[in-house]
Design a protein around this ligand. Structure first.
Ligand code: SF4
Length: 256
């Protein structure tokens, strides 16, 4: 199915956001063609940042939120019409700087929404300022001599806050990202998928991640909360990808 719009895509040529867009289109197409989702019941929203333009490029019911406010906005959409499948796109600057409180409360409530977090470790739309996930030493417009702060771990924070689906993938791995997106969208409850998305213009981390990415082993038990916490907070020198945790708990909307 064609989920494209007539708008010209103005991400930088080669930006991994193109790969995220493609993975999401494929995930949505799979869910619709297998009868698991009606396209008219899908709503996507996005915040402010390079990621936010994705709403313009999808021929799906959409909503452009204020900076950092896409989680409460989409929680409201779900509350107003629980029959809808709700997906929020956000970025590390959007949901972890401006929207940090909403990021925590969305997980705490176990709102039935999927959050696809484009983590490029930089404020890219405003041309290169430090965000809460920027690496220590990152040299940008607000940290010309290098950031002295340690980055936060969004998945660990969300797990501790109450999220019931926690996953990480890499934007340029389109087939795997598609499968994780599908599982997140089928999950009942707050589903966070961190998508590592190198910003090739302001923080090109492709070389850094080249030999560092490693999928969780097949024997990994995603029901083990303590195991997930340990894996996320003691990753060693690899960046692990996959579904770290999944649990079944009552959602915010069902309890209300
Ligand atoms: Fe992508 Fe970075 Fe360009 Fe934004 S500035 S479109 S994140 S490459």
């Amino acid at each position: 199915m064609d989920l494209s719009t007539k708008y010209k895509i103005n991400w930088c040529p080669g930006c991994p956001n193109f790969a995220i867009l493609e993975a999401f289109k494929q995930a949505t197409t799979d869910l619709v063609t297998t009868g698991k989702l009606k396209i008219e019941n899908l709503v996507v929203g996005s915040g402010i940042g390079c990621h936010g333009k994705i709403s313009d490029y999808l021929n799906i019911n959409g909503f452009y939120g204020l900076h950092g406010r896409i989680i409460p906005t989409m929680t409201g959409v779900k509350l107003a019409n629980p029959a809808l499948k709700v997906v929020a796109f956000s970025g590390d600057g959007d949901s972890l700087a401006e929207g940090m409180e909403h990021f925590i409360h969305g997980a705490k409530r176990n709102s039935d929404i999927s959050l696809f977090l484009h983590n490029n470790q930089v404020f890219a739309l405003t041309i290169g300022q430090v965000t809460p996930t920027s690496s220590k030493g990152y040299k940008g417009r607000t940290t010309p001599e290098g950031s002295v702060e340690e980055p936060i771990i969004p998945l660990a924070l969300s797990l501790l806050s109450g999220a019931t689906f926690i996953a990480r993938t890499y934007a340029l791995k389109i087939p795997e990202t598609k499968e994780i997106m599908k599982q997140a969208m089928e999950h009942k409850g707050f589903a966070l998928v961190e998508i590592i998305q190198p910003c090739i213009t302001f923080f090109d981390s492709r070389d850094y991640f080249k030999d560092r990415l490693e999928w969780l082993p097949k024997t990994y038990d995603k029901k083990d909360y303590q195991g997930a916490l340990k894996e996320l907070t003691n990753p060693g020198d690899k960046t692990k990808l996959g579904i770290f945790y999944q649990a079944s708990k009552p959602t915010f909307e069902a309890q209300l």
